[in-house]
Each structure stands twice: as structure tokens, then as C-alpha cells.
Design a protein around this ligand. Structure first.
Ligand code: AHM
Ligand code: MG
Length: 333
């Protein structure tokens, strides 16, 4: 019988002397949440979950019904079991401390329950992103400040991709493993052990409609990619843009590539589009563990000291040699 995800994490737990099983329990809850979200996403209009919820989140974005439903699924699946002290999500203004009727645990969870949700009504892949941090020692009533830990402190991160297959990809700092949901037996089966990102690529992903707002180093890089062999690069490039970061990162983990949502001047006061704590950091942990690189253009994303729960950062990630080239173009700017 093929190895499933629960078996995989129990084996991981055995590598940690004195592990209490809390982490394994938390991950089992997250797996359960992702299965329920996969079901809702897959049923779509059959169960009336498409379309707008008529509300806005803290970032001023219109929430889809599924943004709200999946946020609720994640809370319900993880709040009860005593492994978490608090959680934070793209869809909640403030942190969600574990309610008093449940025991509190030693972990903090951040998540984007439905990333790429602009794609949901058009039946294109979406995903869930999560990150697990330790609650600081001695803290029983965590505040938002306790979540402001650099990405290097993550215990685990992962994403679920709701595409033609539902997949869950995780890292605990020992490489990256991918599991495919076998919906007949209801289990995630290890199908993509130790995923790695090739250092070189001929594929870039960026929203070209923002071109006029980018800084010079990104303008230069993309210009060179589009000119390819006619513009001094040794190869021609292909471009993709799914508008679903989970799908883009999964493509990069499968065949390489570079993904950029860089600094732009489109909306003054916003350093980029993607959020550090539940998008950029968890994805960076996975990409680095698979041999890729992640930067804002000027700094390694996972070394940033967060300043706010919903802080946005520029994101440039993927195949190492291309990311390093873009970072090189930023030097001195
Ligand atoms: P979301 O969390 O509100 O869905 O926003 C994040 C998504 C990413 O998945 C994707 O890379 C990006 O937004 C697409 O943005 P744009 O519509 O500007 O191309
Ligand atoms: Mg998102």
C-alpha cells in the first residue's frame, strides 16, 4: 500500500526526540480542512457556493462566498483539538485566539484559505496556503505581535492545490513532499517525494499589465526575457500567468520557472500585492527547501522581520539562477 500523509508525518515525528504528537495532530486537522475545502470547491455551483459574499476583507478586497466558507472550515477543523493558541488569516482583520471552551496549544497558524479566489467563478485552479509557527514560550494569550516572526522560524508550511487533482505539498524543513488526494479512499497519497526546482528555467510568470509600475531592475529583466536570443539572453523564454499563486508555485516545483509579484507603484503605500505571513513566507519555505530562491529583490523573504499581520511584500521566487539574476539587477538601486 502506498504511504499516506498521516503515516508520513508520524514517521517525521519519530525523527524528533521527545515529540509530543501535537504537531502530527495539528497537521491531521489541516489535512481534514483541505479535504473539506476540496469538496466545496469541486461541487461549486451544485451547492451554490460561487459568487460574491457581498463583504470586504481587511485589505479592502471583495470576498467571495468561498473565501468566507473556507475560512470557516479552516477554523472549525483546527480550533478544537488543543494544538493551537491562536490563528490568523487573510480573511480576518485580527487574530483569532482559540476560544475559552477549548484547550490552548503551543502553535500559531496563519493561512490563506482560498488563494487565487478571483479564479473560482471561472473554474480555474485555486489553493490554500498555511504556515505553522511556535507560540512564544510562556505566552498563553497571544497577540498579533506574537505572529510577527521571520519566515526562518516556521515549523512547517504547505499548500493545497485544487486543480485537476487535489494535491497537498508540505515542508517541515527536510525537503518538500507532494501528496495527491485519492478521493475514493479519502486519503492524500505520497506521489511526489522530495520535489526539487531546477536551477535554470525558460519560463517566467508576471502580471504584464502592471509593467508601467515596476522598478527598473524588473523592467530590465522582463525586457530581456521577452527579447530572448535577440536581446542578449542565451535562450528564448515562455510566459505564464494563472493569477493563482499556488498554481504558479506548483508549476515551478514541477518544471522550474520564476514567479514575480514585484514592488510596484500602482497603489502608493502598498509594497507589493502578496502578504508576508500567509503567502510569501510559507511559499518561500517550500521553494527554498526544494532548492529554489526567494527574494523581495533586495532581501531574502524569510529573513524579513514582519511589522504587521497583513503586511505586503514584493515576491520574486523560483529557479535559483534566474532569481539571483533579478536580485543582481537590484544591487545598488
Ligand atoms: P488573493 O489571496 O486575494 O487570491 O490574491 C493573491 C493572488 C495570487 O494567488 C496571485 O498570484 C495574485 O493574487 C494575482 O494577482 P493579479 O490579479 O493582480 O494578477
Ligand atoms: Mg491569497
Amino acid at each position: 500500500m502506498s504511504k499516506n500523509l498521516v503515516q508520513f508525518i508520524i514517521e517525521e515525528q519519530r525523527r524528533v526526540p521527545g515529540a509530543s504528537g501535537d504537531f502530527t495532530g495539528l497537521l491531521s486537522d489541516i489535512i481534514s480542512a483541505c479535504k473539506h475545502i476540496a469538496h466545496a470547491v469541486n461541487k461549486g455551483e451544485l451547492i451554490g457556493v460561487l459568487g460574491s459574499a457581498g463583504s470586504e476583507n481587511v485589505q479592502g478586497e471583495t470576498q467571495k462566498k468561498l473565501d468566507v466558507i473556507t475560512n470557516d472550515i479552516f477554523i472549525k477543523a483546527t480550533e478544537w483539538s488543543g494544538h493551537l493558541a491562536a490563528m490568523a488569516s487573510e480573511e480576518m482583520d485580527n487574530i483569532y485566539p482559540i476560544p475559552k471552551q477549548y484547550p490552548r496549544g503551543k502553535y500559531l497558524l496563519t493561512f490563506d484559505p482560498l488563494d487565487g479566489s478571483s479564479n473560482i467563478d471561472v473554474n480555474i485552479s485555486v489553493g490554500t496556503i498555511f504556515s505553522i509557527l511556535r507560540c512564544p514560550e510562556g505566552v498563553t494569550n497571544p497577540t498579533a505581535n506574537d505572529f510577527l516572526q521571520p519566515g526562518v522560524k516556521q515549523v512547517c508550511s504547505g499548500y493545497a492545490l485544487y486543480g485537476p487533482s487535489t494535491m497537498l505539498v508540505i515542508t517541515t524543513g527536510h525537503g518538500v513532499d507532494g501528496f495527491t488526494l485519492d478521493s475514493d479512499v479519502g486519503e492524500f497519497i505520497l506521489t511526489h517525494p522530495q520535489m526539487t526546482i531546477p536551477a535554470d528555467t525558460q519560463e517566467f510568470a508576471i502580471n504584464m499589465s502592471n509593467r508601467r509600475y515596476w522598478e527598473e531592475p524588473v523592467q530590465r529583466y522582463v525586457e530581456e526575457c521577452t527579447k530572448g536570443k535577440d536581446g542578449g539572453r542565451e535562450k528564448n523564454f515562455n510566459m505564464r500567468w494563472v493569477a493563482s499563486m499556488v498554481a504558479e508555485v506548483h508549476r515551478i516545483l514541477t518544471r522550474g520557472g520564476i514567479f514575480m509579484y514585484p514592488f510596484d507603484t500602482k497603489e502608493p503605500g502598498k509594497a507589493g500585492k502578496l502578504r508576508l505571513l500567509y503567502e510569501a513566507n510559507p511559499m518561500s519555505f517550500i521553494v527554498e527547501q526544494a532548492g529554489g530562491a526567494c527574494s523581495t529583490g533586495r532581501e531574502r523573504i524569510m529573513e524579513l522581520k514582519p511589522t504587521g499581520l497583513h503586511q505586503r511584500v514584493p515576491v520574486i521566487l523560483g529557479s535559483k539562477n534566474e532569481v539571483e539574476r533579478v536580485v543582481g539587477y537590484h544591487k545598488g538601486t
